[in-house]
Write a protein that binds this ligand. Structure first.
Ligand SMILES: *[C@@H]1O[C@H](CO)[C@@H](O)[C@H](O)[C@H]1NC(C)=O
Length: 571
């Protein structure tokens, strides 16, 4: 969702009465940012209070590439990262995530293994495979049990855009809130809905209601959901005890514009970029009786501040053994103070830009490659700014492009390097940049599998080395129970595999992708973990009578590792 999607931020259709009212009853933040212009790293930052470059949610496989967790990902949130719900547990909070997780889907990376007590939703986004012939549809979980899949048990009609998911996610949240109200236990609810992500969807009551098309319908349904949740808190008498914050994990995706794209208001470009449209987010804080109603804070805030602020509100200290990027905003919220602080804009481990006060300095500019752009992938439709929205990665380290976001929020007019204003801005920002880089100890990159995780792939420089062919092998365990549905297409799996008597046949397809030179992962693969957790799967290797979908990367060199890993997962 984008900054410009809310009525209170000027969306002309004015179709978000509940969020607008939330702002009228609370505090609006026009200068609030996410930590990365893409979903997974932003969510990792929100829950750890740390920049993705510190918490490991990035890749070094391509310079300046954003990375996320697709269904094939091997990595996920590192065990030694401390997540907000893990901290809150120390103060007896019960935590639930409803919706999209996106921090890894293999065992060890799921929400219940990182501090959440309850989960209803999916490890991935619903845009994933749709009855694809070789990848299962994305699973939906209730806690640690898979309860179905998008498009199958949890319908999304791609033709009409109808889906009941937002309503289901709303109901799951209400049930949780009511149950916490009954037991009088403090709670943390992370309502991570994804209806505004293409393919956008809405339930029948909202479809066709917006002047902005189906994307607007989805926004209206999310707005409605927020209204219902706030109403529930009020009627349970919890409103004055509950801090609520609304924001988004990246700017509106203009590649899906105009039909499914959303609005970033006056800001340049969208999702995937470190221009304002990619990272500045709508943000509203609400806490009746504590946060003064109808206020606007010009504080520069980030999603990472929600980690630190929430801990303070729960009476907890932030972890002292690591750098936390989030600030405690309680004085901003309660006393309308302002804290001077910079904003860092990263793609991967490349610091693209720094904002300090009204000045924003770009050290690198890039939208996407010319090759992709020529194919029609445009992160800045209708907004080409010569020398700014570049299609090659342009370094400006020696002489950054500087904008004054006060009079030029759209980043269209770089300040002349010859002007006194440029020199003043540079003198202010340079020491902040140097200080940041001096203390930066990048975390181990968790998203380095050089394949679908890297956005956008196959663009020449993705892993900038050789291209070669790998075999992907899909094995089908022989058994007497039916394989969980993969949708309407016939099961493509042709091999058989006997666990005790290792026999396998058949390679389903080959395809070409690239690897970084230094680390061709010989046996990286992903067993779609949703299946290993499927209730029908046997829990012991001896009871291997079920069907398992197995996906091996670079099978030709990775047989042994793959088989070992497979048996480990079953035990
Ligand atoms: C949504 O729920 C309604 C009522 O239960 C049902 O008729 C409809 O088919 C559902 N829509 C989808 C897309 O699953």
């Amino acid at each position: 969702m984008g900054w410009g999607d809310l009525g209170v931020f000027g969306q002309p259709s004015k179709e978000t009465p509940n969020l607008d009212r939330m702002a009228a009853e609370g505090m609006l933040f026009p200068n609030f940012y996410t930590a990365n212009p893409l979903c997974s790293p932003s969510r990792a930052a929100l829950l750890t209070g740390r920049l993705p470059v510190r918490n490991g949610f990035y890749t070094t496989n391509g310079h300046g590439r954003n990375a996320y967790t697709p269904q094939e990902i091997v990595g996920g949130i590192a065990q030694d990262e401390v997540l907000l719900p893990e901290m809150l547990r120390k103060a007896s909070y019960v935590s639930k995530i409803v919706g999209k997780w996106h921090l890894g889907h293999r065992p060890g990376f799921l929400p219940l293994e990182h501090g959440f007590d309850e989960w209803f939703g999916s490890p991935n986004c619903h845009f994933g495979p749709y009855n694809n012939s070789d990848r299962p549809n994305i699973p939906v979980y209730k806690n640690s049990q898979m309860v179905g899949r998008y498009y199958e048990e949890f319908g999304i009609n791609l033709k009409t855009g109808e889906s009941n998911l937002t309503q289901i996610y709303l109901e799951e949240s209400l049930v949780f809130i009511r149950s916490q109200a009954t037991t009088h236990q403090p709670f943390f609810l992370y309502w991570a809905v994804d209806a505004t992500h293409a393919p956008v969807y809405a339930s029948k009551g909202f479809l066709g209601k917006s002047q902005r098309g189906r994307y607007g319908d989805a926004v209206m349904e999310l707005d409605h959901g927020v209204g219902v949740i706030l109403g529930e808190l009020r009627s349970l008498g919890l409103a004055e005890d509950t801090f609520v914050f609304f924001t988004s994990d990246n700017g509106a995706a203009l590649i899906s514009a105009p039909m499914q794209g959303g609005s970033n208001g006056p800001f340049l470009c969208g999702k995937q970029t470190t221009f304002e449209g990619g990272m500045r987010e709508p943000a509203i804080a609400w806490w009746p009786g504590h946060i003064p109603a109808g206020t606007v804070s010009h504080q520069l805030g980030t999603v990472m501040d929600l980690f630190t602020t929430s801990l303070t509100l729960a009476g907890l200290a932030t972890p002292g053994d690591r750098i936390i990027d989030g600030l405690d905003l309680t004085s901003v919220l309660l006393n309308s103070t302002l804290i001077d602080r910079p904003i860092f804009y990263y793609r991967g481990n490349v610091l693209m830009a720094v904002r300090l006060g009204m000045y924003k300095a770009h050290y690198w500019t890039w939208t996407n490659s010319m090759e992709e752009f020529k194919k029609g992938i445009n992160f800045c439709p209708g907004e080409e700014v010569v020398g700014v929205t570049t299609h090659e990665q342009k370094e400006h380290t020696m002489q950054p492009l500087i904008f004054n976001l006060g009079w030029d929020p759209g980043e269209k007019y770089p300040i002349s390097v010859l002007s006194p204003e440029y020199q003043t801005a540079l003198q202010q920002i340079t020491p902040v940049l140097e200080q940041h880089q001096k203390h930066l100890l990048p975390g181990v990159p968790q998203l380095n599998m050089c394949d679908l995780a890297v956005m956008v792939r196959r663009g020449g420089a993705v892993c900038h080395t050789h291209t070669h062919t790998h075999r992907h092998m899909v094995l089908y365990l022989r058994g007497d129970r039916p394989f969980p549905s993969m949708g309407k297409n016939p099961n493509p799996i042709v091999g058989t595999f006997d666990f005790h008597n290792v026999k396998y046949t058949s390679i389903t397809h080959t395809h070409t992708h690239t690897h970084p030179p230094q680390s061709p992962p010989p046996a990286q693969f992903s067993l779609y973990p949703q299946l290993s957790l499927h209730p029908h799967l046997p829990s012991t290797p001896s009871d291997i009578s079920a069907n398992v979908f197995f996906f091996s990367k670079s099978w030709s060199t990775g047989k042994i590792g793959a088989l070992q890993e497979f048996s480990a997962l079953l035990q």
